[in-house]
Every structure is written in structure tokens, then in C-alpha cells.
Design a protein around this ligand. Sequence first.
Ligand SMILES: NC(=O)C1=CN([C@@H]2O[C@H](COP(=O)(O)OP(=O)(O)OC[C@H]3O[C@@H](n4cnc5c(N)ncnc54)[C@H](OP(=O)(O)O)[C@@H]3O)[C@@H](O)[C@H]2O)C=CC1
Ligand SMILES: O=C(O)[C@@H]1CCC=N1
Length: 333
Amino acid sequence: MGYTLCVLGCGTMGIAILSGVLASLESRAVQLQFSSGPRPKPGGAITPTASGASTPMPTFMKLDHEETSLPERFIACVNRAESARRLKALFAAQGELAQDVEVVADDNLRAVQEADVVLLCCKPQLAHSILHKEGICEALEGKLLISILAGVTISQLTDWVSPTTRVIRAMPNTPCKIREGMTVVSTIPADQTLDREIVTSIFSSLGRCRILEEKHFDACTALSGSGPAFACIVLEAMADGGVMMGLPRAEALELAAQSLQGAARMALQTGVHPAQIKDAVTTPGGCTIAGLLTLEDGRVRSTIARAIQVATERAAVLGQPTERRSVDSMTRN
Ligand SMILES: NC(=O)C1=CN([C@@H]2O[C@H](COP(=O)(O)OP(=O)(O)OC[C@H]3O[C@@H](n4cnc5c(N)ncnc54)[C@H](OP(=O)(O)O)[C@@H]3O)[C@@H](O)[C@H]2O)C=CC1
Ligand SMILES: O=C(O)[C@@H]1CCC=N1
């Protein structure tokens, strides 16, 4: 039996994660359907062949704990009825599995009670009040709570829930929606084997997933959490340059996006340093060096690096008491 996953606060990121998980489960189901090779014995990762040799297990076959580390029922919680209507329509238009997602507005308690794993995806400033609603703390007892909130620490979350609730932080980004995400997960205690499988199977199905100590989370929030927004500024600016020089807008965007994607993939797949990739493009006396010098005149490197610094500093205060008070006062007016 798989587990029930509740997305508590299913907005931009909740939708991105849920859509990616559902797409991944659907493609896994298709792979299983078309697989004709031998199945592993229960609990065994290696399948002995008739000759006695061992063959590596294909990735779609069952891992230890897989029965319990995959979600099979989904509940998405929002605040407003209007958001619930929009979410239902969105999931209805996705694949077969998405149509079974239960969308609830203003009924967090029932959703948390029925869930085994809760993915907290609300705004950082709202977490305290959502977790303090009557019955929520009890409903979370003995369960796994995964928080993707910027700035809210494990220590804060642990104080707000029962001592038996296991809290893990994750910092994903919006490309999880198309399974090209980058997620950082906080270190998981060695005895929480099943929790580790649950968390890594969710986020590695949505792109890359890396485990890092919580002390790095504000920097990760700025670099990969906010990263898609920063990358889109570069993307838009490059496309604008193309448009300025007469290219049609759609083609300018395509050329810019594919060039950024190609360069990023070269760095990731080959491990070659970005400076080497840049130098290989730069013909002496050519047009690339002319453009690069203009970028350097505009201090583009330090501006981008400082943006990560400032965003990290800002991430660190999100969800802290002063921030919560300012949201309370905004919602009162
Ligand atoms: N956006 C991003 O790129 C990233 C965001 N994050 C983190 O993810 C979290 C969510 O961000 P994002 O998805 O952008 O935010 P959104 O505003 O898009 O989503 C928040 C969701 O919470 C719901 N909500 C509000 N109040 C309640 C409540 N009382 N009970 C249940 N649900 C409620 C909202 O419902 P309704 O619409 O009805 O109000 C909405 O669906 C934040 O903590 C952020 O720090 C992390 C990484 C990247
Ligand atoms: O801007 C924010 O606060 C959130 C966290 C990372 C991306 N978006």
C-alpha cells in the first residue's frame, strides 16, 4: 500500500510539485506496463539469471520499501473556494491520476488527519497560524512533515508541532513542474530510512535532488529557489537584445532559452568550468569578446552575485516573528 500525501497550501509550488509527482508516477506506470524482463524477488535488488550471473535491476522495478515510499492518494488544501475551483479544473485537464486529486478548501484538519505525509507549502508567514489551528498538532502526531517554506527553520517547526512529528525541510524550485527542478533536502537522521526514501523519491522524480545541512538553506533558497526568476531576467534581456536587432520576438526567445539551456547542460553534464565554456566561444577580436566586455563594464557578475547575497539575507528573515506580525497587520487593514 502506498501512502496518502497532503499538500497543505497548494499554490504555485504545491501545484508544481504535485504535477511533477503525478507525471512521474504516470510515466513509471507506463514503463511497468511495457516491461517484459524478469521481476526481482521481493526485497531483492539484483535478479540472478539462469546462468547464475547477476543483472542490475532496471530503474522501474521495485526498490526496498517502494510499496510504502510512493504516494497513492493525494489531497490538496487551499484557503479559498475560488482557488479550489481553479485547482480542480487544472487537475481535471491533466492525466488520469491527477483527476483523482482531492481538492479541499478550508478543511485542513480532515486532510491532515487522513494523510500519512504532509507537504507544507503555504507562505512562511502563515505556517505558525495554520499549524496552531485546533486539532492540527494532534493530527500530525507520528507523521512526516516536509516543509518547503523559505526561512522557517526545523527548530521553529518542531516547536509548533508534537514531539512525535518528524520534520524535514526541502527547498525545491518551480521547474519541478516539468521535472527539471533542483531541490535541496535537509540532512535526515540515519534511523529514518523510510522517511529518506519518501523524500528523495518525491524530489528526485522532479529533477535533481541533493541533501545538504540546514545551515545552507537560506543560500539555497536564494540560489536555486529564486534562481529561475534570476535566470529569466537574463533570458528576457538576451531576447530583448535580439528583438532590438530585428529578430521576431518568438524566435529571439527560443534562441536565448535554448542557448542558456545548452550552456547550463554543458556545465552540468561535462563538469567543465563555465569560464572554459565561455572561452571556447570567444574568438580573438571577435563579436563575443565585444559583448563580454560590455557586460563587464555593466558589472553584471557582481550584480548577479550580490543579488544572491541579498536574497539569502532576505530568506533568513522570512517567517520570523517580525515578519509574521507585519503580515497580521496587513491582513487586519
Ligand atoms: N514560489 C516559488 O518559486 C518557491 C516558493 N517556495 C516556498 O513555497 C511556499 C509557497 O509559495 P508559493 O507556492 O509561491 O505560494 P502561493 O501563494 O502560490 O501558494 C500558497 C497556497 O497556500 C494556500 N493557503 C493560504 N492560506 C491557507 C490556509 N489557511 N490553509 C490552507 N492553505 C492555505 C493558498 O490558498 P488560496 O489561494 O486559497 O489563498 C495557496 O494555495 C512559500 O513558503 C515559499 O517560501 C519555495 C521554493 C520556491
Ligand atoms: O521569493 C520567495 O520568497 C520564494 C522562496 C524562493 C522562491 N520564492
